[in-house]
Design a protein around this ligand. Sequence first.
Ligand code: 6MZ
Length: 361
Amino acid sequence: MEWCVPMPKIELHAHLNGSIRDSTLLELARELGEKGAIVFSDVEHVILKSDRALNEVFKLFDLIHIITTDHKTVARITKEVIEDFAADNVVYLELRTTPKRNDSKAMSKRSYLEAVLEGIRSVNSVEVDLSGELKTDAFAHSHSADGLCNGIGSKIYVRLLLSIDRRETAEAAMETVELAVELQDFGVVGIDLCGNPNVGQWLTFLPALEYAKKQGIPITLHCGEVPNPVEIYAMLDFLPKRIGHACCLEDEDWKLLKRLEIPVEICLTSNIKTETIASTDVHHFADLYKSNHPLILCTDDCGVFSTSLSAEYALASSAFGLGKREMFHLAQKAIDFIFASGRVKKDLKAIFASAHTKLNL
Ligand code: 6MZ
């Protein structure tokens, strides 16, 4: 399905530390091994393995975080991840990451984010639009009409979602939301709640999430990755702008989700590799698509699950019998669910309109 690659695409659910190139992770792990901080031969096979159940994925993230959490590396992986999405013709990327404090590296949540922003600014293989949503910021690359004319591949809009990890405290969650409020001028457009769904309580994060809502920051929640009816109901009742996964909803939850028209970020490969969903044959994509429910195809962790957004489109196309035109329409529909401003939506509509003609659809 080579046609999935040239198609412009929108990525709304991608975790920074889940999207790292294997080659970079191996190189960094080898360096740490040489310094005696880890045993490289113990971690090499863990990095290269791509099928792992949900709980194992979070063990891998603990290892990845040991390898990546210093300022220089955070900037490097951010740059590479953006370059990789741009090379796959992703024209708008909402990249999410958990701001981390790491005292041994003199890292605060704020300095972690500064490193992420530095990584974005250092991308030079493609023009990056990181304009603030409130006013033009000092870090923004110029927004040129040329980028639009050149179309796909020459420019990528990058926005950030700050994630709250379910292992965090209420205070740490609040600190993340405060940073999101403060950094709206620097490309931060939303808040995400993520992490091991078997850890932590929804109520711990509610004050921070309510504060974000009050401040007008859009919120997306990892919802229903494991069966947890009480939490799933509470999450839907909170009225997030989007939810991720929605694998373990019950009949009543589906009804509520559809009535509330909450868009769902669908991560097919992730759900199948983590065994959250047995196969595409029983994946909820089919029912949501048939019901015309808002949904967006996403990668989740393209490094950890060895995928790409084009591969996710190809998989959906073959698994659900959708043709080139339907897939293009699905990609285009995602514009309605991005967290960036109306100006960006307008630009994206122009990019898709021009691609529609060019791709002969
Ligand atoms: C829930 C996930 C996830 O934030 O360090 N993360 N949370 N479900 C998933 N499905 C498989 N995949 C990734 O990126 C890594 C973090 O993203 C979350 C986890 O909290 C993980 O530690 P950052 O850039």
